[in-house]
Design a protein around this ligand. Sequence first.
Ligand SMILES: Cc1cc2nc3c(=O)[nH]c(=O)nc-3n(C[C@H](O)[C@H](O)[C@H](O)COP(=O)(O)OP(=O)(O)OC[C@H]3O[C@@H](n4cnc5c(N)ncnc54)[C@H](O)[C@@H]3O)c2cc1C
Length: 403
Amino acid sequence: MDCDVLIVGAGPAGCAAGATSAKRGVKTLVIDRKKEIGTPVQCGEVVSTSLLRQSGLRLPPGTICYRQDFTRFVLDRKWTLDNRSPYWKGVTVERKMFDKFLAEEAARLGAGVQADTCLIDLERDGDQVLSAKLRMRGREVVIEPKVIVAADGVHSTVGKLLGRNGFDRTDLATGVEFEMVSKRKLPPCMQIFIEPEIGLGYGWVIPKGDRRANVGFGQVGKRLSRRDALLDWIVQHPIISSYFDDRCILEVKTGDAPVPDFEGGPYKGNVLFAGDAAGQTLAFVGEGIMPAYLCGGCAGNAAADAVINGIEALGGYDAAVRGLVGAEMSLGSDLRDALVLIWTIEGLTGHQRALISGLVMNQVLGEGDMALFDDIPEDGDLWKLVKQRIKAQGQSIRLSKVK
Ligand SMILES: Cc1cc2nc3c(=O)[nH]c(=O)nc-3n(C[C@H](O)[C@H](O)[C@H](O)COP(=O)(O)OP(=O)(O)OC[C@H]3O[C@@H](n4cnc5c(N)ncnc54)[C@H](O)[C@@H]3O)c2cc1C
C-alpha cells in the first residue's frame, strides 16, 4: 500500500501521471474516490485528432465511437461555418472506457490503482506534505508518499487542503448535457451553437453514432441547475428539435470545466497539480481531456525525477508543460479573453456577438481585431470584413446560410 508517488484522481491527468511515474521504476499509487473509474461521466467526450496524435496514445477498439472530419458552427441559428482545419477534426470517445483503459495502462506499467479510495486529509509541515489519510473502501489508511500529484479535478480536494484558492466563478464554465437518440441521421460532424440564447458559452451536438449524440450547453460564470433550461433549449431550437425531443434521454451529465488563464505546471512544496486541478484546459472551448493527459505525463515524470534525484527536480515540471503545450494553451487563453470581451462590451447586437464569437473561435478574427469593435459596426460593414477574412482562409472554412 505504501508508495513514493501518490496520485490523487484517476482521470486522464492522474492515469497519465501514474503510467509515466511507474514506467520510471518509482513506486506509484493512483487512487480515485469513484467506485468505478470513469463513471459517472461529466464530459462531451470529444477529443481533437491533432492533440490525440501528439499524445501518441493508441486507443483500443471500443474507446472511440465516432470520427468527425470537420466541425460545424451554427451562428445565431442563421449561418453555418464548416471548419476542416486539423484542430477541428475530432473523435468521440466513450469516456467510461477511455478512462478505464488509461488506468489499466498505468497498472500494466507497474502503478497500483485503487478505486473507491478517497483522499480525506493531509498532514503538513509548512508546504511539505508528510502523510496522507485515505478512506479506502470503508477503512482509514495513512501513507507517507515523497511526492503527491493532485489530479483530482476542477474542485481539487488537495488544493483545498493546502489552502489553494479554487477557481473564480468567472473562470468556470458550467455544463449540462444529455446523451440522446436522434429521430434521424445526424450530420457527420460536431456542431457548435453560438447564439444570444446561450450568451458567453456555447451549445453542442457531439455525435456518438449515426443517431446518438451528446447534446448540451456550457455557460461561463453561471451557477444554476440547468437541466430544465437544457430541455427547453433543445425542444424550442429550430435545428436541434428536428433531431431530438424529450422522449429519449440515455444519460444526464453535468459538471464544471475550468477556463482560467494558463498557469503552466504549478506546484507547492512536494505537491504537483495536473489537469483540471491546475486549470490546464484550452480555455476558449474548455477542452481538457488531452491537455490533462499530456500535462499529467509531465507531472508523473517530474514526480519520478524528484524521487530519484531530489525534490528540487519538481522545478522542471513547469518548463516541461510549457514546452509541450504552452503555445496552444496560451492561445486558448487569449481567445477566451476575446470572447469575454465580445459578450461584455456594450452596443453590439446579440446577432453581432454570436457572429463575431464564431469568427474568433475559428481564428478568422483574433484578439488584435477587437479594437475594430470600439466603434460598433454596421451589419453591412461587418459582413464585408467577414467575407474578406473567410476568403483569405482558403478551402478549410465554408460559410453558408442555414437552409
Ligand atoms: C459538461 C462538460 C463537458 C466537457 N466536454 C469535454 C469534451 O468534450 N472534450 C474535452 O476534451 N473536455 C471536456 N470537458 C473537460 C474534461 O472533462 C476535463 O478537462 C478532463 O476530464 C480533465 O481531466 P482530469 O484528469 O484533470 O480530471 P477528471 O477527469 O475530473 O478526474 C479527476 C478525478 O479525481 C477524482 N477525485 C476527486 N477528488 C478526489 C479525492 N479526494 N480522492 C480521490 N479521488 C478524487 C475524481 O473522482 C475524478 O475521477 C468537459 C467538462 C464538462 C464539465
